[in-house]
Design a protein around this ligand. Structure first.
Ligand code: OAD
Length: 241
């Protein structure tokens, strides 16, 4: 059983203005690899090639091969006990706002209704000509790189480095962070902005800031409480789900 302070338990029970921000560590126990850290995707320095518009323009097939491999891998993954605990807590406390940097769709699969997805969705594609996006859950895709009906290349509907976040998403998340009483930063290395600004905003506005991670991050020194435990273990204990 993970240990929590009395203050944290009280805030969770009250459930007024809770914001949860999740990152790749949230899905680690579901079998989805993280970006940084041991065997993280970006450890081989491929981020420039795989997660930027310039990398896509240079070699769309390489980028799509990588995203297709992730789509295949994630399509075999299921939400873990942490995703389920957040979904149940959200049902009991509809004021809670769930903000994620993950593109794997596992919060929705767990039953979380309104998820603010800051970095897009792996199972959506976007036309590079008109910018319109649509869901495409086919695994595998019939052709790589996939093309739109209009003939233009399709790209994954995810946010790459140097790109803007989906319209309104960051604004909604920032507003929730400003107003919340309790901010949970879960399984994120807390280094990628603008998402990494959300816990700072919440803290500055007086929220109780709690980090759940298996190791310390740049956010740890400013957090009111750091819970060093896997999200899939700590969240069911904390949220009582
Ligand atoms: P990272 O891979 O940077 O960080 C994952 C974090 O999860 C690390 O701090 C780990 O210590 C922690 N972690 C690992 N296993 C865990 C577990 N079982 N329970 C709790 N924590 C665990 O992933 P993000 O912070 O999500 O963006 O990365 C942020 C963004 O950078 C991603 O959305 C992606 C990436 O490049 C884009 O692609 C734009």
């Amino acid at each position: 059983m993970t240990a929590f302070s009395a203050r944290l338990r009280e805030l969770v029970e009250r459930g007024r203005g809770v914001v949860a921000l999740t990152g790749a560590g949230m899905s680690a126990e579901s079998g989805v690899p993280t970006f940084r850290g041991q065997s993280g995707f970006w450890e081989d320095g491929s981020v420039e090639d795989l997660a930027t518009a310039a990398g896509f323009a240079r070699d769309p097939r390489r980028v799509w091969d990588w995203y297709e491999a992730r789509r295949i891998q994630i399509s075999r993954c299921a939400p873990n006990a942490g995703h389920l605990a957040l979904a149940r807590y959200g049902e009991m406390h509809p004021e809670m706002r769930l903000v994620t940097q993950n593109v794997d769709g596992l919060h929705a699969a767990a039953g979380s209704g309104r998820v603010i997805a800051l970095h897009g969705d792996l199972f959506r594609v976007r036309c590079t000509r008109d910018g319109l996006s649509r869901e495409d859950r086919r695994v595998p895709l019939p052709e790589i790189p996939p093309r739109c009906g209009c003939g233009a290349l399709l790209r994954p509907d995810v946010v790459w480095f140097g790109e803007l976040l989906p319209e309104g998403a960051m604004e909604e998340a920032t507003e929730a962070a400003r107003r919340c009483e309790l901010f949970l930063s879960i399984g994120t290395s807390a280094v990628v902005y603008p998402a990494a600004a959300l816990p700072e905003v919440a803290k500055r506005r007086g929220a109780y800031l709690v980090e759940i991670n298996i190791e310390e991050t740049p956010l740890s020194p400013v957090a009111d409480e750091v819970i060093l435990a896997p999200a899939a273990e700590a969240l069911p204990d904390l949220l009582g789900a």
